[in-house]
Design a protein around this ligand. Structure first.
Ligand code: PEP
Ligand code: MN
Length: 375
């Protein structure tokens, strides 16, 4: 599937001061002094292409600081005037859009808690109709690519062609080192189906912790994302929101300085040939893997028929345990990670079970239910 979005290149609406493209600023505008002073320090690094700050903050619990509100727009305009940096703000309602545009905000973004709700996104899209302003759409809180795509489509359908996605990670029940799991595959899938859609990574909200920002930023660049949005505060220790993940402008400068910029295309002909060779090898191996998978599934079918004829259950836990044990040991010896091997085997196993269930339940109702489950 390819997405049919009508999009302008990023360079039409934001000028990269340096590589990588960097949008930075505090999580929240707190006071005029905090915002303007932070903006000056960020501008001084020479690395920042736009200033971000939240003024309407969607908070998980009531009673927390919910943003300074519309007055923050004036502060943003002062920061813009004094530093020359274009400014961007999160909008979550049609009224926010109107106010931000009236004040002269250069770029708008839709937050993760808004992207989850098509009513909210549609309201924002309706307020944008007929306006030529760049909009960045964060991924939804939950790992659902369709919701992200849906939001991008709604904004694009309203006539917004200066469009980008922001990858800020996904909420997951399991607690890991990250505040929001990156689930890079989802961003890669979006890039695959919408190759001309710029994707900007937000390492701050993925990390939740300033120590991981450099690591996530590098990974995003290695995946050929088009830029970074990083939260930076003049004094993170006293920040009113997201204190743990904000960095001073000086620390931000340091993080960016250490990033390696790699190119998506190779100019050197020898290197190109070498890479071509390696890719040919990969292609051959992938073909073999698929061929072997098909052979495996044919045997699975035979086993299914045998089990059916002899009234044997599909799943035999002992056998599955044995497969898992033996294969992961073998894979480990071949330097494959256990996590990868287990995930791969589980995928193969669930497909085998699906096939056998199909064979066992030849009656129509069962087959229909199976099809629905795996749709
Ligand atoms: C933010 O950028 O400060 C913010 C609220 O982010 P998200 O919507 O990604 O949680
Ligand atoms: Mn934040």
């Amino acid at each position: 599937m390819k997405l049919n979005l009508n999009i302008e290149p990023l360079s039409n609406w934001i000028t990269a001061k340096s590589e990588p493209l960097l949008i930075a600023g505090p999580c929240s505008a707190e006071t005029e002094e905090q915002l303007v002073a932070t903006a000056h320090l960020l501008a001084k690094t020479g690395r920042v292409s736009a200033l971000r700050a939240g003024i309407w903050k969607p908070r998980t619990r009531p009673g927390e600081f919910e943003g300074i509100g519309s007055i923050g727009l004036q502060w943003l305009m002062r920061a813009k005037e004094e530093t020359g940096l274009p400014v961007t703000v999160e909008v979550a309602t049609g009224k926010h859009v109107e106010e931000a545009l009236k004040a002269g905000v250069d770029i708008l973004w839709v937050g993760a808690r808004s992207t989850v709700n098509p009513f909210t996104v549609q309201e924002i899209a309706d307020a944008l109709r007929g306006v030529d302003v760049p909009v960045m759409v964060k991924n939804p809180v939950n790992p659902d690519l369709s919701l992200w795509i849906g939001a991008l489509e709604r904004i694009n359908n309203a006539g917004i062609t200066k469009l980008a996605a922001i990858h800020r990670g996904f909420s997951s029940y399991e607690k890991t080192a990250f505040r929001n799991e990156p689930m890079w595959d989802i961003a890669i899938n979006l890039k695959t189906i919408a190759p001309n859609l710029p994707i900007i990574c937000d390492p701050s909200h993925i990390s939740g912790n300033r120590d991981l920002i450099g690591y996530i930023s590098q990974k995003a660049l290695d995946l050929d994302m088009q830029g970074l949005m990083i939260e930076s505060h003049i004094d993170p220790s006293v920040a009113w929101t997201d204190a743990k993940q904000q960095v001073t402008p000086a620390a931000l400068d340091e993080i960016i300085h250490h990033l390696a910029l790699r190119k998506p295309e190779i100019k050197n002909a020898d290197l190109k040939d070498k890479l071509e060779d390696l890719r040919n090898n990969i292609d051959k191996i992938d073909d073999l893997v698929i061929q072997k998978m098909a052979e495996r599934m044919q045997i699975v079918e035979q086993i299914g028929n045998y089990k059916k004829d002899n009234n044997i259950t599909i799943l035999q836990v002992n056998r599955w345990d044995e497969i898992l044990q033996k294969r992961t040991n073998y894979a480990k010896a071949l330097k494959l990670s256990t996590e990868f091997t287990e995930r791969l085997l589980e995928l193969i196993h669930s497909e085998s079970i699906r096939k056998q269930t199909e064979i066992m339940n030849k009656d129509e109702a069962g087959q229909k239910a199976e099809k629905l489950t795996h749709a």
